[in-house]
Design a protein. Sequence first.
Length: 478
Amino acid sequence: MKYLILLSAALFGLKATAQSQKPAPAAYAVIKGHIKNHTEDMWDYSETTYLDFKTLSVPVDKNGDFIKRLKIDEKYRSIFFRDGQGLVVNIQKNDTITVDFDNHDIYNTITIHAAQADRDKELQTFTALRKFENNLSDELHDIFGKDLADSAKFTKLNRLYNKEIEILLASGLKDNYIDRATDIYFHYARYLLMLRLLPTYDLFIEHPKEITKNIALLKDRRAYTVENDEWYRNNAEYRDFVFDYLRFFTPFNSSIVSNGKYAPSSYGFSECYNALSSLRTLEMRDWFITKTIMFNFQYVPFNESTTVYKEFSGKVLTPQYADTLKQFFINIQRLKPGVPAPGFTLKDDNGKQISLAQLKGKVVYIDFWGVGCGPCVYDIKNEVPGLHEKYKDKNIVFVNVCVDSNESTWKENLKKLNLTGVNLIAEGWTKNPMCQNYNVNGIPHYFLIDTEGKIVDNNSPHPGDKQMLYSKIDKLLK
């Protein structure tokens, strides 16, 4: 079995331009462990930069043992164990972290320890936090799914926020706990943003204690309004919040135009203008614009994304982001509508190799999905059956490509979901050639290809967007 973990890498893991200053001595950490009942000779993990992520592998020997030496460029790298309770471990320089689990029951058997006693205590605290978060599905379902008053939603969220802070600080205050408290704060601030509760409601500590008074962020009800380059470098939750905050913030909720015309706009314009006007830290501003443009090409029509790129790419001045964005735009041209779709050959659920060339002459709708992706599974259960039924006798083939799983888990979920169509697996996600060629860094993601094998839409409507998707398919089938 291959095991997927997400590693949040330091900024200079990007292809960056060499700096004029003399680089600091390299720092390293070690992560090692044992996998009981292992079935493959590699252990997969994914390493995220500030812009995207890539999947890498570590050899596992015949006894199930593995070891990896990690270079630590900044304060730490955060390792996320997807199958192991979603545990997050901040790897620091000189750390030796041991991870053990049983392949047959990763969720319940995974253990994580550090060689140093103090660090090990921290890891156990972070493990307790993750277990608490894993049990919040019912509460979050009520908050997001039920017709509750805004005040009731906020009260529930604020109590959960307080509980996490309480768990974190139960054993005292340590340096790394301040970073973790920052992540907790912005995690819940992002919930408030998603529920449109900001700025009406602000997170606060309900029963302040001496220990919480020593953390400045916990005393500031509007910490989310602060631009902080230290949080930007050290806290992924802060970066995620800033990215959504600037993208979704607008002074108007709607527009009424009675005399005149709507001004033409593309998704990404207002977001990038917000960054230019709001962010004073050059590197943060350039990070946001770069990330927005790259995000656009994955979820927005190609021509609109190109317009935004041409408007704002020249405003990115930080070398590593400017260079990355330029190279990204060159590479993404292979997915421009009208060009031949990249070829692929993947294994189906019967062990047969299926290639795009074999499907030529048919319209091809590709659904990149994952067993651990909630929106993907929702569409497969609720929207895909109707789509497949509508076109079951037409000249179209539905190709479902699973990217986040190993073969046994994938097949198990295919049976549970009763997913029809051509089922393929692209193990390794971003290290898989097909995912690389199709720029699949997030799921669900959909492609539409015509009978000649040319790309029609690299960001096709999802199965639930029936009117737009059916219109595109019907046009291709004429």
